[in-house]
Write a protein that binds this ligand. Sequence first.
Ligand code: NAD
Length: 355
Amino acid sequence: MRDVLKNMADYDHEQVLFGYDKVSGLKCIIAIHNTVLGPALGGLRIWPYESEDEALFDVLRLSVGMTYKNAAMGLDFGGAKGVMIHDPNTDKPEELMRAFGRMVHSLGGRYYTAEDVGTTLDDLVHVRKETPYVAGLPETSGNPSPITGWGVYNAMRATAQRIWGSDDLKGKKVAVQGCGNVGFALIQHLLEAGAEVYATDMFEDKVEQAKKAGAIPVEMDKIYDLEADIFAPCALGAILNDDTIPRLKVKGICGSANNQLLEPRHGKAVAARGILYSPDFIVNGGGVINCAEEFSPGGYNKEGAMRKAAGIYDILLNIFAIADEREIEPYEAANIYAEERIEKALQQKRMYFED
Ligand code: NAD
């Protein structure tokens, strides 16, 4: 692998750890992007990367995203991510997860790991046997998806406020792509609020569950063509691209999927069609809010996490205001919002204390 330090410099990373363990077969990379706001928090992605370069590229990019997300959510956490080169659909023995746990521990609390694609709560339980620097365990904050869904619902209210001058979703037509953990939680909130929900998923049983709750099923590819008010991508990334954007007949986009824009230029393409795109890393910030709640003075409290995730409503309205002020798009304003928080922390007066 070439130019690791150059890549780090390009993204302005603090530290990258390459971990290998012969016995368990562990091959991992942990990238700590920025710890100005506090220890770095970000999940472990287990994925069958085809090359080390691919894994490095992914971990560098994802860890930057965590810095922005944690900062924008007002958390005292920096950004990092771990990746493990391994197929998550094959066996993930305890030794493998424990070997990763030792790598996390070697960072002495600079990095807290958590769940991400390919990692289960059971995997985290094994990681915990080697290190306390783990968030989202079953006995602490657990599965973040219900709180993420609640955050997306509140972000959607702010999106509606911006478009129609009212945050009431009653009667609004919402097209939800993906009825998984987050999508289904969102669907339930929307139905409760009196929205008309259209839902699609790859799996029939997920669509059936949404239908039973009161949603109207839509064929998978038809979701992009639906005449609706808001499109909520809650499945995959990169779904806002040259093929799909011209097909959309909605006024707003607000969903949980990470990296919805295939490339930054697609943010402009969405805006050119008169569609408001609420930045994904703000909309789906309920997940990190839930994890971070474990570290609040009284320990994890679901009501506290829900209250903070509801605050995504105000965060998003602030971001829309920055976008207006600077005549930029909300996805650009979201980055500025996060950067300014880090910048402010850097500028705080330093004081000397005897430890
Ligand atoms: P999930 O796996 O539970 O649900 C995703 C659903 O999307 C699945 O039911 C899957 O069948 C469906 N799907 C996949 N491809 C599809 C397609 N082409 N068309 C329609 N449906 C499709 O995942 P989740 O935890 O609900 O997360 C959803 C998205 O939100 C992901 O992109 C995830 O990265 C992001 N996210 C989740 C959280 C969280 O707390 N779970 C936090 C932040 C971001």
